[in-house]
Structure formats: structure tokens, C-alpha cells
Write a protein of this length. Structure first.
Length: 313
């Protein structure tokens, strides 16, 4: 893999973009937030091994631990006191470290109890009644996780929550967490587009079949790695392999390569174009997208896998 470019370009960018408080913003110089900090931390832990990078990772962990809310969640912005979907990403970054495993488990406990607005019995029955007048066959009884508290379930936050649960030691998951994980997976299968892949969450859009998008397709595929034999997974991988040439965004191209790596597909045609786009410097670099590209081009295969509590990565 193109690890030399990761070491010469991506890791120096992440190091220089880290704020004094130990976190990262979405772009260099922006206010630190949980989401980009989690992605930068994951990239450093998986792709770097120098003392300087280890110190940067330790500073990031301290920032995230200080930002955790009393209920165990993390907010989308420093001034907010309400937990959000980014809790999944932070837990994914903190799993398996001596200094943060307990905080990650508190975050998972919050995720296991946090219900989206469409999870109440009343809302599910109401949608079932409406479904009789709809052309969609989406099952209203299935739910996952929302972007913000109290709103509807969506593919990407549901996928990230599943990834975070899967990365925890299996014996540490509560019964509630196990049930939520299974329900989330069922929701993803139910929301798959007819042609394979996923969009943000709707099978039917303006009366027609929903068109899959790269980002939600990748997150759903990563979340469903435990079930590679499922026909929905095969169909969605085939959609991704058939459509990556039309991907325009840096981040989407990196995500596509991550998903293909996860399923043992070579993805050889994606690595060159991905590196070339960053070499051209045509657009500002985004911290999460650089982290994805670093993971993709380095061939990192472990960041989504289960970690053992009490063992540093």
C-alpha cells in the first residue's frame, strides 16, 4: 500500500492541525470537536508509531475524556450539553486503551439506552397505519440510532453505533446493547435500496426507488461485516465495485477503498486516484477525510475490530 504518502503527507497534516487543547476541528484551525478528534485519533493509533505521534494521541484522549458528558455521551459541539451520534465514534477510538476503556464503556451504555424518536410504540404503530397508504415496504417497527436525540433513525449513525458495539469485548456488552445491536442490523437490511447499497435511510424517494450513495453504503457494509454471506451484503459490494469510478469526492473515494479492504476486495484501482487527488491539492483538506484516506492507503485493517479492555493499542 501507499504508506509512504501517509507518512509524508497525512500524518504531518494531522499533527500540525491538532489544537492546543488536544482536539481537532473539521479543518485545520477550526474549533475542536468530538467527531474529527475521534477520526484523527483512530488514524494516529493505526498508522503512526513515533513518540511524537503517541504524545499527540495521548493529548487527544485527554481532550475526549474531558469532553465526556455526565451521562456518558459526547456532544457535537463544546457548548452543547446533549449527547449525539458522535458518541459512537469516540467509543470506537477509545476502546482497548488502559486510560480510556472505562469511559468508552460508559459511552456504550448511553448508546444502548438512547432511543430515536421513531422507536416509541405509538410512533411505530402510527407509521404502520400510514404504511398501508404508502408504496414503500419499509418496516416501521425497526429502528436504529439518530443523528440528534429524539429524531428519526438513519443509516449512518446506526452503522457507527453497531461498529462501536462490535469493537467492544463481546462479554462486556449488556443485554440491552445486544438487543439494540441486533435491531440495528435488522434495520439496515430493511433499508437497503433495491439496486443494492444504501442512501441516508429511505427506500422510496419522491415515489421512486431510492438511489444508493457511497457514504451510507460504506458505513452499512462496515457495520455488517459479521454477515458477509448475506445476499444484501453481496449485492451492495457489487454496487460499490461497479460505481466507484463515478465518485467525485476525496472522502467518498477513501471510504469506498476502506469498505473493499474490509471485505477482502483489492480495490487496486482506487488507491492511485485517491493519492493523486490529494497530491493535486485542489481542495482544502478535511480532518475526517484525511483520516479515512490514511487508513485506506495504509491498509489498516484493525481499527474496527474488537479490542481487549486494559490493553493499549
Amino acid at each position: 500500500m501507499r504508506s509512504a504518502f501517509v507518512e509524508s503527507s497525512f500524518l504531518p497534516f494531522l499533527s500540525s492541525a491538532q489544537n492546543e487543547d488536544g482536539g481537532w476541528g473539521f479543518h485545520a484551525g477550526a474549533m475542536s470537536r468530538a467527531e474529527p478528534t475521534a477520526w484523527a485519533l483512530i488514524a494516529l493509533l493505526e498508522c503512526a508509531s513515533t513518540p511524537a505521534h503517541e504524545e499527540a494521541a495521548s493529548r487527544a484522549v485527554r481532550f475526549l475524556l474531558a469532553a465526556q458528558l455526565p451521562d456518558g455521551s459526547w456532544a457535537s459541539t463544546p457548548e452543547s450539553r446533549e449527547g449525539c451520534w458522535a458518541t459512537s465514534l469516540v467509543c470506537l477510538a477509545l476502546h482497548g486503551r488502559n486510560d480510556s476503556s472505562a469511559s468508552a464503556m460508559r459511552g456504550l451504555d448511553w448508546l444502548s439506552k438512547e432511543l430515536p424518536g421513531d422507536a416509541s410504540l405509538f410512533q411505530r404503530l402510527l407509521r404502520r397505519l400510514r404504511l398501508k397508504k404508502s408504496i414503500s415496504n419499509q418496516n416501521p417497527l425497526y429502528f436504529g440510532w439518530s443523528w440528534t436525540a429524539g429524531t428519526a433513525s438513519w443509516v449512518e449513525p446506526t452503522s457507527c453505533a453497531i461498529l462501536s458495539f462490535r469493537a467492544a469485548p463481546a462479554q462486556s456488552l449488556s443485554a440491552d446493547a445486544q438487543r439494540r445491536l441486533r435491531m440495528g442490523e435488522t434495520m439496515l437490511y430493511d433499508r437497503m435500496c433495491p439496486s443494492g447499497g444504501w442512501n441516508s435511510g429511505n427506500l422510496i424517494v419522491y415515489g421512486g426507488a431510492g438511489e444508493p450513495l457511497v457514504s451510507p453504503t460504506v458505513w452499512a457494509l462496515l457495520a455488517l461485516q459479521e454477515h458477509p454471506e448475506r445476499p444484501e451484503v453481496h449485492k451492495s459490494i457489487q454496487w460499490l465495485e461497479s460505481n466507484w469510478q463515478s465518485i467525485l469526492g476525496h472522502g467518498s473515494l477513501a471510504l469506498a477503498l476502506l469498505a473493499l479492504h474490509a471485505y477482502g476486495r483489492p480495490g487496486a484501482g482506487l488507491a492511485g486516484p485517491l493519492q493523486a487527488r490529494y497530491e493535486s491539492n485542489e481542495t482544502p483538506w478535511s480532518v475526517p477525510e484525511v483520516a479515512w484516506a490514511a487508513l485506506a492507503l495504509s491498509g489498516a485493517q484493525d481499527w474496527w475490530k474488537p479490542k481487549s479492555n486494559g490493553k493499549d493499542r
